[in-house]
Every structure is written in structure tokens, then in C-alpha cells.
Design a protein around this ligand. Sequence first.
Ligand code: FAD
Length: 478
Amino acid sequence: SPAILWFREDLRLTDNPALNAAVNSGRPLICVYLRETGAGAPREMGGASRWWLNKSLASLGASLEAIGGKLTLRTGPAEKIIPALVEETGAAAVFWNRRYGLPERETDAAIKKTLKDNGVECQSFNGRLLMEPWDLKTGSGGWYKVFTPFWRALQAQYKPPAFIPSPKKIAGASAETENLKDWGLHPEKPDWSGGIAAAWEPGEVGAQKRLDAFLDGPVSDYVGTRNLPGVSTGTSRLSPHLRFGEIGPAQIWRAVRARLEAQQADEDSARVFLSEIAWREFSYTLLYYNPALATENYNSNFNQMAWRKDDSGFAAWSRGQTGYPIVDAGMRELWHTGWMHNRVRMIVASFLTKHLLLPWQQGEQWFWDTLVDADPAANPASWQWTAGSGADAAPYFRVFNPISQGQKFDEDGAYVRHWCPELAGLPDKYLHAPFEADAQTLKRARVMLGTDYPEPIIDHPVGRQRALDAYKAMKEEQ
Ligand code: FAD
């Protein structure tokens, strides 16, 4: 009788512990991916993620076929579909890699119980994190709420498991499948994905190429370039691949360590890069212990915060029309490519939650819909971090100045000139604050403020002061 391998957030054949165990069971394999519905399903993906998923599943299906397998697609509540598939195919075992949101965990636990009660073997593995959240504990047995000791403990305790190569051949068993095209993950019309498609290669092969390209050089400059959004190789751009599990963090960890051991990478830079992978882990710990991370303030003091409601401010922010070039460039990069540089994510998130004083959840939801790497742990954790409501968060009173941030991290203006071409003719001096330029300069640069490019929707000192006042009032309420 066959075994079922249930793919979820691990859309890869390489270094996939559940797949490895399923193959080693020696049984014919039914590989399945579910479009889950119902209360026990994961958070519903946004548009950009659905586009990615569509491509990634097509790629996974093709890779499976190349080694004798097949990807079976089904729709419905997992609690019903998996046991039904077991019954239909007579499967004797089910394998999967774990996930960390509460509804999914409850679903998985319920399925495991049903299967075991029926004498069906069910095994789960860690294919998504370096260490399980419950394995990395503080001295007193709690979980780490502060990143630095978390990172220290992770480095001391993490022992990467041996690399598992992709299976060369699998005995694929067949089961009836739905057609990926019928899932309508991405509309054929209007096809808004041009910029995204040009920027990315979803799937395991694309993930591997990104890792290799990054390790072949850029990793050694990471400390110097990771904050520069105009440098396209400044960061790895592995995030959507990690999000969909086309590559796992263990593989990245081992590959970086190997380069270090061969003295093929700069020690400081490689270590800082790994610490970013650890921020991802830290986000998953936060999600695991705080299932409502995407909706509720981690720091409940923020329940008293007097957030504003401002539809036109939100519209200007989301469309990249705030009048602050670095903010607008970021929001346009996001819209066109499904990704935004980390430094600029921090700037735009600060602008939304401080200058506009809008609730972080509104920004989180926009990112959730538009990012190809929209991650159920990293996105809410990072939004709460920026808003000041999170664990180990940036203090709320640290309000990024969008002008000086632009001048510092996009000094030559390459990033802003690319995404806000209407400002390209401005001299560097005014590029990040066109509203400070005199009439002559604007004329020479062919920029008419208010026509070609907006005036700032709020003055920086005014927005900053309003945010600080709101924060003070919130503190006084405690
Ligand atoms: P690199 O610098 O090459 O880092 C390597 C990997 O480490 C990333 O791919 C990512 O998996 C992880 N990583 C890096 N920085 C962080 C971080 N601060 N927190 C958690 N993991 C990190 N990251 C997401 O993966 N998904 C999100 O939905 C997401 N939303 C964010 C929202 C806001 C407001 C902010 C400020 C940050 C967000 N991040 C998110 C974190 C970070 O911006 C991205 O992971 C990073 O920009 C991805 O680019 P990269 O792969 O080139 O990163």
C-alpha cells in the first residue's frame, strides 16, 4: 500500500526531511498539495503570493514528474481531505513537515489523531526552521523574547542535520487530481504580473540559483551593502523562496558555513547574514507563542493607542504618492515586483504608523496582499517591531526621518531615480526632498510639484510631533 507525502510550505525535493522519510518507507508515493478551506486552513494568501504559489506548484509538479512522481491537487478542509485520500488509496502512512500557525497546528494534530486511531502511520518533521520553537529555551525554560540572547543560544545549540539530496527516482502512485489551471490562483485577465514575473524565478531551481549567486560574491559585502536599496545584489532576495519552502534555512546555513570553512566568504558579513536568517526564526517563535501576532498588539499597552483613520492618507501611501521619494520608491517597488528592500520596508512602515498614525495592521494587510514573500510570521512580527508594539521592538518614539534616511541609504539616488523617474532630473541635493528645491531648480529638472509629483501629504516635523504626542498620551493611560 502507498504512502502519502503532503506538501505544504516545503515546495522542494532537495533537503526535504518528510519527503526523504516517505521515500525511505519504500512505499509507492502519492504526493499531494491541498488548497485548504475552512476554519483550520492557514491564513488565506494575498494576490502576489497566489501568483507565486501557482508557479511554484507548476515547478514542483514538473520536478516530480521528472523522477517518476506526480503532484495530486485537492481542495477542501484538510481534516476531511487527508483521511478521505487515505481511504481512497489504501495508504498506510502519511508524512509532512510541520507548520507553526495555530489553526494549522490544530488541524495537523486532529489529522494525526484520526490517522493513528485508524492504524495509519503518521510522521511529521522539521523542514522549515533551524530549530523548533519549543527546543530553543531560556535557562529558566521559557522562550526568548529578546533577539540577541535568542541568536546567541541558536548559534551555540544549532547542529545542522546532514544534507538530504533530492531523490533520483520515486515510485509514484497515482490518484485523481484537480487541474492547477482551474484553481485560478492568478487571473489570466487582467494579467498584472509582468513586473513580478520579470523579477523572479519561482521554484526550487530558482532558489538554488539565488543562493549560489549570492554566495559566489555578494555575501562578503553584506555588511557594507545590505542597507543600500539601490544595490541589487546587496541582499540575497531569497525571501519568497524561503516563504514557500523552495529552500530551507538548514541548507542556507550549511552552505554559508562551508564557504566560511573554505575561507571563501568574509566572516563578519556571513555572520550578519546568518543573523538575518535567525530573525526569521525569532519571528516564528513569536508566532508560535502568540498565535494572534498578525492582529493583536504583542504589547497590550498599544491597545490604548489613538490610531487615526485616514483613507486618503492610506491610499497615497499604498500607491507611492506621499511626496516623500524614498517612501514612494519603496511602495512602487513593492507594487511592481512583489518585493521591497528591508531598509525601505522599515521606512515605509514607520511612515504609516508614525507620520500617518495608522494602525500597523492596515500596513501588514497591504504587505500581505502585495509581497511575494508575505510570511505569516515575519510580516506581522516586523510590522509590530516597527510600530513599537512587538517583542524586542524598535521604541515607538524612534521616528524615521524619510528625508535623511533617503539621503543616507540612497545617497546617489539610484533607487529613487529608478522608481520615481519623474524626479530623475533633480540634483542629488534635492532628490529626497523635492519640496525644498527652489523654483529654478524644479524648472530645470522639469518637475512641477503637485502635478508631476505630489507635495508631502504631511510635513515631517508635524507628523513626528503628532506621533510622539499620541505615544505620550498612550503611556499616560497606562
Ligand atoms: P536577506 O537580507 O538576504 O536575508 C536573508 C533572509 O533572512 C531573508 O530572505 C528572510 O527570510 C530572513 N530575514 C531577513 N531579515 C529579516 C527580518 N527582519 N525578519 C525576519 N526575517 C528576516 N520578511 C519576509 O520574509 N516576509 C515578510 O512578509 C516580511 N515582511 C516585513 C515587513 C516589514 C514592515 C519589515 C520591516 C520587514 C519585513 N520582512 C519580511 C523582513 C525583511 O524585510 C525581508 O525578509 C527581507 O527584505 C527579504 O529580502 P532578502 O531575502 O534579500 O533578505
